[in-house]
Design a protein. Structure first.
Length: 550
């Protein structure tokens, strides 16, 4: 072969080697990791987890309809008040959800606007619907507030007792067997038995509480939490507490009787610092809880200055870290905290800590959203869809190859090799671009194969016409490619422009179809005009062929 043919062979060989290299992670994923749940992945050894993450990052992704997942439609919730600028709120919600879902670690999520008040969210591969639901709807309003001092807390509890007692319809016999008077609210929880379920009518609020150093707790005996919540949320109680309010905290320690408990804090209504000053949040091991997790956060420069002033002015007091009106932790300020770095400790699982850090980094939703549609595509449906899609593609490719070989004989077989190379290039390009393969995408792939067959048919028919004019084989091939080129270029370019329009304006399945169509058309032009032409030139350049099998 001459130098020109060697260069073209090198290009084809290079494309095939690169394509094979790009498809290795995809093969590894489907042969080794496909089917693993999120819990199973988290339990992989560190080295295997790194290998899994690397494989997932570089393998071809599957869409919602092939691997299963969640389909959710959200709408702006105006039940608590009208939202004036819906378009702006919708844009801001879209931005926050994009950040949250991207960091969630799923492949090729779809997050798009629908109308003026709705947002479509599709999360392929999500195997924990409740976790995704919480991630999407979490408002993540982070606040830093001061916890009331002990004397103020005792006065507040007494006020609630007086208000609730005054509003009681009739006095009832007091249950004094297990009572927690306000003068001993800060004893040791582990030495205190749980108060009676019915409580003391003279001190209805106090007798429902468990005393503990640094705060109050409510033992969950099945009804006490609801009763305490009802008392502290009464309008007259909230007015009487003035600048303070009671907020629930995380799950607390168990009582001496073995009952689970929940923390209750009296905190200032004044917000010292908001979460909008948060710059970063990440998970690290909690030194105070074996196998527990904490969230380390960093504030921006302005937030760090405010945080330093607040901590300096409140040394030896508790600061409540409040997330969505729940006190996640209330550490004691030992000294001024400068630098803007601190931690949120709570009863977090690994998943909860990671998800919360993602939500904090992404920021809070600007408006409340409600779920109006939710569908879960199970893995069985996904596997069935994948099997049907692959079967359809193989049938399409097989019938195309059969037609080419039967009708165009050896030239058809040569074109069939080009079609196979075309498929390899398309799949490799999708893996390299991180594009997701969906059922509409498979349809686009089949259509691109049909376009490649059409290009070969045009070339073969032009070659046949030239052979009927008694031209030599090499001359007929040259003229056939030359005469077919404009028709192939025009048809492929018009289809490619249509695919680009769909790619730009489409979402979800339409976009998946457009991606594979555009990649497939580009690959089909390469194989039809470059690969098959190289094969003909290599056969006829240095030898005289009297008859072409076409």
């Amino acid at each position: 072969m001459d130098r020109n043919l060697w260069i073209r062979l090198g290009v084809i060989g290079g494309v095939l080697i690169i394509s094979a290299y790009l498809l290795i992670p995809t093969y590894t994923y489907f042969s080794k990791y496909r089917g693993l749940t999120a819990d199973q992945v988290t339990k992989l050894p560190d080295a295997e987890r790194r290998a899994y993450d690397k494989t997932m990052d570089k393998s071809m992704k599957l869409g919602l309809d092939l691997q299963g997942g969640m389909h959710v439609v959200l709408e702006i919730d105006e039940s608590k008040g009208k939202v004036e600028n819906k378009a702006d709120a919708q844009d801001r919600v879209l931005e926050v959800l994009n950040t949250r879902i991207d960091q969630f670690g799923v492949t090729e999520p779809t997050i798009a606007k629908q109308g003026t008040s709705r947002i479509l969210v599709q999360v392929p591969g999500a195997d924990d619907p409740e976790r995704v639901r919480k991630m999407i709807k979490e408002t993540a309003q982070l606040q830093f507030r001061m916890v009331a001092e002990q004397a103020e807390m005792v006065r507040a509890v007494q006020k609630v007792d007086e208000i609730v007692k005054a509003s009681a319809p009739a006095p009832a016999a007091a249950d004094t067997t297990k009572k927690a008077p306000t003068d001993s609210l800060f004893a040791d929880l582990n030495k205190q038995p749980a108060p009676a379920a019915a409580g003391d009518p003279n001190t209805p609020f106090t007798s429902s509480l468990l005393p503990y150093q640094g705060g109050l707790f409510v033992a969950d005996d099945g009804s006490r939490l609801a009763r305490v919540g009802e008392m502290m949320s009464r309008p007259e109680v909230r007015r009487a507490l003035g600048e303070y309010e009671f907020l629930w905290g995380d799950v607390g320690p168990k009582t001496a009787d073995g009952l689970p408990s929940r923390a209750l804090y009296l905190v200032s209504k004044k917000v010292e610092l908001k979460g909008d000053r948060l710059e970063d949040a990440h998970v690290s091991p909690d030194p105070d809880r074996p196998n527990g997790q904490q969230i380390n956060f960093r504030l921006d420069r302005r937030g760090a200055r405010t945080f330093a002033k607040v901590t300096e002015a409140n040394v030896n007091r508790q600061m409540a870290i409040v997330l969505d009106d729940v006190v996640k932790s209330a550490p004691n300020i030992k000294n001024k905290i400068s630098g803007g770095e601190a931690v949120i400790q709570g009863s977090f699982s690994d998943k909860e800590a990671r998800d919360l850090s993602i939500v904090l980094r992404a920021g809070a939703l600007p408006v409340s959203m409600k779920f109006i549609e939710e569908r879960t595509v199970g893995p069985t449906l996904g596997a069935d869809s994948l099997r049907r899609g692959v079967t359809a593609s193989l049938w399409g490719l097989s019938l195309s190859v059969l037609f080419l070989i039967v009708y165009y004989r050896a030239s058809g077989a040569l074109a069939a090799v080009g079609l196979t190379i075309n498929m390899i290039i398309v799949l490799a390009a999708m893996a390299a671009l991180g594009a997701a393969l969906s059922l509409p995408g498979i349809a686009g792939l089949v259509l691109s194969v049909a376009m490649a067959v059409d290009a070969n048919v045009l070339i073969f028919e032009r070659i046949r016409e030239e052979l009927r004019k008694n031209k030599t084989v090499s001359s007929a091939i040259e003229a056939g490619y030359k005469n077919a080129f404009s028709a192939i270029l025009d048809s492929n370019l018009t289809t490619l422009f249509g695919g680009i329009v769909l790619l730009y304006f489409g979402t979800g399945p339409v976009k998946g179809f457009a991606v594979t169509l555009c990649i497939g058309i580009t690959a089909s032009m390469f194989t039809a005009l470059f690969v098959s032409r190289f094969a003909y030139d290599a056969l006829t350049r240095h030898r005289k062929i009297a008859k072409l099998s076409i």
